[in-house]
Each structure stands twice: as C-alpha cells, then as structure tokens.
Design a protein around this ligand. Structure first.
Ligand code: SF4
Length: 466
C-alpha cells in the first residue's frame, strides 16, 4: 500500500501559538520516566524472554563513543572533551568487557541488521582502534550479510579525511551522518565550531566514492548570530553538497541544564520570529531542491530509503529518530547508551566513573530503565502511528488491542478535537489524520496521548516543539 503524504504547510502564526516544550518521542514513555529500580537482573530477564519469542527479533547495536576533540557551545550531549587518545584505550577496555558480558545473553543466530555509532564523536577513534572494535563486535555478534545491513556512524568532518571514510567502508559501514549546523563564519565563531565547506565536501565525496548507501547532514536553526540571509547561503551550500538526507534541528537553549551553553550570549540568539523564519526557509529551500519532508526534523531525497519507507507505510521511530528497521531489539553499548528489548527500555551509567566501576566489578552498567505496562504499549503504538504514518485507523486499532477507542481515550479525544478546530488533524468515525497544517506540529498531536504529561504543566526539560 502506498501512503499519500501531503507536504507540510508552514503557518508561522499557528506554529507560534503552539510554541511550547514537548518530547521528541524517540521513545514512549520518554527517558525521564525510566526508573532506577530497573537493573541488570531485569535486563537479563528481558533478553531471555526476547530469545524465547516465536520469531526472535533481529538486533540493532548502538555503540556510544563519548569523547570529542573540541567543545561546541550549543552541545546538549553527554560527552568528554579531550585530545588524549589514551582515554580511548581505557574506555575501549571497558567496552570490550561489556560486549563480552552482553553478547552471550542473546541467541547467537539473532542477526545484527543495524549498527549505529553515536557520540560524542565516534571518529575520535582512529582507524586501527575502529578496526579492533568492529572485529570484536563481529566476533561476539552475528553480523548480517553486507547487502542486508544498515551500519551507520556519526562523523565530525573537522578531524578526518577521505582515507578515514574509505577505511570505514572497508570495515563494513554503509551509512554516515555529518554535523554541519551552519557554514556562516559569524555563527561558527559564536558556537566554537569552525568547519569549512571543503572539509565537509571531502567526507561526502569519499562516502559516495566508497559505496556508502546514504549520507546525511545535520543543520541547526536558532543558533546565535544566525540570520535569514546567512542561513540561506548555508542552505545553498548544503544543497550543492547533495546529501541523501538533511536533518534540521531546532536549537534548545537550556543553559541551566547544559553547561557548555553558558558560553552562548542569549542576546545573540535570534528572536522567535526569526527562529521560525529560519525553519520556514529550510523547508522552502529543501522542498524546492527535491527533498521530501519525512517528519519532525527530517528531510530525505525522494529515492532515499527513509522517504521510500514513509510511502510504503513501514517507517518507524527509535532513539536515533526515524528508522526503516524499527522491529529490531536495540542493544545499547557504552556509557549512557539506551537500549530497547521488546517492551523494556534500558540505560547505562551516564558518567565514566559509574560505567567503569560496574564493568570493573564484572557487572553490566545498567542504572535505569522501564518495563512498559499494557497502557504504555498501547499509547506507544498510537504515538508511533501518528508520527510515522500521519494517521490512525481507530476501529482496527481498537480490535487489535480489544478496547473501545472512544472510551479508552475519552480525554485524549477531547484534546484532539481542540486540535481539529485549529486544523491540525481531521477526525471521522474511522480515522485520525494529520493534516498538512499539523505535520509540523506532530509532537503537539502526539502529546495528546502521553499519559505522563496529562494535566502537567509544560515540562521544562523538553525542547521547544519547533
Ligand atoms: S556537538 Fe557533537 S561534536 Fe560538538 S561537543 Fe557536542 S557531541 Fe561533541
């Protein structure tokens, strides 16, 4: 079945009205709901149960590399700034221990369909270290055949060259994403990230030449000293680079939560109208250049697998955003890594001290997580359907979960009716459909079904919805 996805309508006045904080729903329930009583024993039980499913799910490995060579001031990630490569060796020693403890818990015939290296800066590891790490993963888990796997890595082009990218291709990587944020010199200076178009082009060209299936770039709007004219020029340069996907994130200025952001002068931030206009310009320019708006922050070429999955109705959402293989169990490896095994979420120690201490004591470093209850599972499916497919067939959903939709979701439907009056969704006896006006406000629509937000004030820990 082909899904007809309408192009989003950019209405600044409407978006400004819904300019509140909200989760990104890379999981439901979201990470703040994880509990500290979910421990290693709970994880082991979840993995055992997942092995016993009639058809065990394939695996998706997430590997976190927390080190960065230079601090970007907008950063909200959990990372360690250092130029001392020996820190990588101390980290890898523990990561290998974690792999040795974790891998035998999974049945050996469960293939690794997806692999994702995130950070921090994964390319903090040089090629010999990267090779050793990939060999360890391949020894302990069952890597899928090259033609069937999606193995991706996040790269910082300031610190690598074409040879590094070609080396990654030889190690089995076939997807990459590259941070850009903005090419404008004034913005780069304000966020302490000086990166030329040439450095970025060298990485993307090497990726293309060495057979990477998909190359994606990240931009950020709402950064200090960003202007419409400057961002427009960045968009021209990005479009000329021809990435397969472009992610356009909104900068969330939360200096009380993220220390590096205290280096940013709030007076340099664009005002709310400019911030919105920056996103509007990205939408306009990328659409005109043939990119399809997938949802939330993501654009993809019409022939990219993400856009194809959206048309086919197989798009999924996971911790990295939209995905074509949401059916996998996600195994989180490394400090602060998040995993998902069936209806369980897990998270490892967020700091190196806790991570090292657990592994030195021969334990998995799980510090929190959540076993979803029936209501969580039901709501997770509603939110996923709306965010990935833009619609929900209520009678079919009700039959699947043996519930009366209007009764189960009485309060939620009231909230949704208010959004329908603003034209964000349409409702009839069968379908909830996100409209072209609602496509840029998916989080607002999903929030109607979030049991943990109901009645709560705007959650300060979440970023603005656009
Ligand atoms: S934005 Fe990325 S590269 Fe910059 S400090 Fe944060 S994690 Fe490191």
């Amino acid at each position: 079945m082909t899904h007809i996805i309408t192009a989003p309508e950019f209405d600044p006045a409407l978006i400004a009205r819904y300019d509140i904080n909200g989760p990104r729903y890379t999981s439901y329930p979201t990470a703040p709901q994880f509990r500290s009583d979910f421990d290693e024993t709970a994880l082991r039980a979840a993995i055992r149960a997942s092995n016993e499913e009639p058809i065990p799910r394939p695996l998706s490995l997430y590997v976190h590399v927390p080190f960065c060579l230079s601090p970007c001031f907008y950063c909200g990630c959990n990372r360690v700034i250092t130029r001392d490569i020996s820190k990588a060796d101390r980290y890898l020693e523990r990561l290998y221990r974690e792999i040795e403890l974790m891998a035998p818990l999974f049945d050996r015939d469960r293939p690794v369909r997806q692999l994702h290296f995130g950070g921090g800066t994964p390319n903090f590891l040089d090629l010999p270290r990267m090779r050793e790490l990939m060999e360890s993963l391949a020894r302990h888990f069952s890597f899928m055949h090259e033609s069937q796997r999606e193995y991706g890595i996040e790269l910082d082009p300031r610190f690598i060259d074409g040879d590094y990218v070609r080396g990654l291709a030889e190690l089995g990587f076939n997807r990459l994403s590259v941070g850009i944020q903005d090419f404008n010199p004034a913005v780069q200076e304000a966020v302490n990230r000086i990166q030329s178009v040439e450095q970025t082009r060298a990485v993307l060209e090497a990726a293309r030449a060495s057979g990477f299936v998909s190359a994606s770039v990240d931009l950020i709007y709402g950064l200090p000293r960003q202007t419409l004219a400057g961002f427009d020029q960045t968009l021209t340069e990005v479009i000329a680079l021809g990435p397969d996907r472009v992610a356009v994130y909104g900068y969330a200025h939360l200096p009380e939560l993220f220390k590096p952001q205290r280096q940013i002068d709030a007076a340099d931030l664009p005002d709310p109208e400019t911030r919105l206009a920056l996103f509007g310009r990205a939408l306009e320019r990328l659409s005109a250049a043939g990119y399809v708006y997938v949802g939330m922050d993501h654009f993809a070429r019409a022939d990219d697998e993400l856009a194809r999955a959206q048309r086919a109705g197989t798009l999924q959402r996971n911790f990295q955003g939209y995905s074509t293989h949401g059916e996998c169990d996600i195994v989180g490896l490394g400090v602060s890594a998040i995993g998902r095994i069936g209806n369980n979420y897990t998270q490892s120690a967020r700091d190196l001290t806790g991570y090292y201490a657990a592994l030195d004591a021969g334990r998995l470093p799980i510090v929190r997580g959540l076993e979803l209850d029936d209501d969580d599972v039901i709501r997770r499916e509603v939110i996923s359907e709306l965010m990935c497919h833009g619609e929900l067939d209520m009678p079919a959903f009700a039959a699947r979960h043996r519930l009366i939709f209007d009764k189960y979701f009485a309060a939620e439907m009231d909230r949704l009716r208010a959004l329908a009056e603003d034209g964000l969704v349409t409702l009839d006896a069968r379908m909830i459909r996100v409209t072209s006006r609602g496509r840029l406000l998916l989080r607002i629509i999903a929030m109607c079904f979030d049991a943990y937000l109901a009645g709560a004030a705007q959650p300060a820990r979440y970023s603005r919805t656009i």
